[in-house]
Design a protein around this ligand. Sequence first.
Ligand SMILES: *[C@@H]1O[C@H](CO)[C@@H](O)[C@H](O)[C@H]1NC(C)=O
Ligand SMILES: *[C@@H]1O[C@H](CO)[C@@H](O)[C@H](O)[C@H]1NC(C)=O
Ligand SMILES: *[C@@H]1O[C@H](CO)[C@@H](O)[C@H](O)[C@H]1NC(C)=O
Ligand SMILES: *[C@@H]1O[C@H](CO)[C@@H](O)[C@H](O)[C@H]1NC(C)=O
Ligand SMILES: CC(=O)N[C@H]1CO[C@H](CO)[C@@H](O)[C@@H]1O
Length: 436
Amino acid sequence: MGSSTPQLVILVFFTTFLSSTPSHNAAHGYSYSNDTTAGKCGLVDPPAPPPPPLQPSDFLNMRQYQAYLVIQAFKATITCDPKHVTASWVGSRPCHYAGFFCAAPPDSKNTPTVASVDFNGFHLCAPSLAGFIDRLPDLALFHANSNNFSGPVPDLTRLPYLYELDLSNNKHSGAFPAAVLPLGNQLAFLDLRFNAFSGAVPGSVFLLSLDVLFLNNNRFRQRLPAELWSSPAPYLTLANNGFTGPIPSSIGNASSVLREVLLLNNRLTGCLPYEIGLLRNATVFDVGGNLLTGPMPLSFGCLVRLEQLNLAGNLLYGPVPDAVCWLGWVGSLANLSLSENFFTSIGPSCWWLLRRGVLDVRRNCIPGFPDQRPVAECVHFFSFPKFCPFLPSIPCAHFPDWPFKRAAAAVANGEAPLPPKKNYVGYSALHNRPGY
Ligand SMILES: *[C@@H]1O[C@H](CO)[C@@H](O)[C@H](O)[C@H]1NC(C)=O
Ligand SMILES: *[C@@H]1O[C@H](CO)[C@@H](O)[C@H](O)[C@H]1NC(C)=O
Ligand SMILES: *[C@@H]1O[C@H](CO)[C@@H](O)[C@H](O)[C@H]1NC(C)=O
Ligand SMILES: *[C@@H]1O[C@H](CO)[C@@H](O)[C@H](O)[C@H]1NC(C)=O
Ligand SMILES: CC(=O)N[C@H]1CO[C@H](CO)[C@@H](O)[C@@H]1O
């Protein structure tokens, strides 16, 4: 009993002291903290009384109190929590809850509140995010990779600071979440990969001023929209969906913007546009596993920063241009995947790439090469008329830094090719782990 006496004194002191002030912050903290001590002195433990609900005055500021109410309401809807993260979602300090991070919003520098929610890998289940993220008005980032969230994405227009939205690897389905569109230019990162979204992606998505747009591994099904290459996003990943139609030749308009373009495993058709060769800053161009046809444009020899070029698993034919293989010498090309097409020959400088394992031409129609398609398959393919144009010019040939010229100098100087980089934003998005 002795230990409760000083506390009682303090309690009385605070109660007296604070009775004249509107705030009961400290007094409240003490008023119930040791209610059960009495039971230890008596014969019977009384049933523990439920803790009285927290009051606004228990919190550092009203915004944290509001966030607390929203979090508790959301917690009540959670149906699975295998990592027991919500066990920490108790008490008057929401900034200390697992997955919640606080900062002072720009409009209120002295009231830190929930600015970021990172549930990556928590594996929580909840039927809806409505009433949760849309009611945390100071939220700037919401990351929820690998949870079991479903239901519609709520209206987020009252979140003026939200700029990163990652709903990847959840159980969202239905139409593209139109709720993100009104966010307009405030959104920089939109990651919806590994869900079951279906239907069409509204063209206006590609007008958002995003840095990163990951739509891969959903069930989107539509012709590639005309607006696609208006997107300012350097990292575009639309892989593993049902996109159809040709690659719009307006890709040339995005020549300085695009870094990594991943369109693999869709149902794209048509010829490879010559304008792809204008993507001077691209490091990854991957359209493997589609129904693209035509010869490989000579313009591809201008892709001096390209490290990964995957055209495998299409209906491409003709020679593999020598100009493209030069990129493995003096450009940055580390992987030229052309298998499962109908190419018929390779340029002389391609041999070296073949020996280095950079170039893969298995399952084509190259006479005398190992692992090629049966002759009958090649004959059948070439028996159909071909309509794709072939421009015999290289658009960068007159540029002083054209690879051919540098190649000649490099070979003369005995220079070695550049080592490939390893960390690709787009390829990391093809796994269902957090991508960024
Ligand atoms: C998440 O959903 C999947 C598929 O609906 C299910 O197999 C899995 O058990 C769920 N996870 C948890 C932790 O409930
Ligand atoms: C691409 O640029 C050309 C001019 O170079 C312009 O006429 C065309 O409208 C642009 N296309 C798109 C889709 O912005
Ligand atoms: C494209 O590359 C050039 C030359 O390195 C660079 O100046 C420019 O900023 C790059 N463009 C983008 C959008 O990154
Ligand atoms: C080259 O790229 C293809 C297609 O993306 C991939 O399957 C292959 O593993 C890569 N090869 C190397 C050596 O990285
Ligand atoms: C229930 C409760 O909060 N009990 C506390 C009472 O005070 C003692 C001494 O400070 C604490 O050890 C108990 O946890």
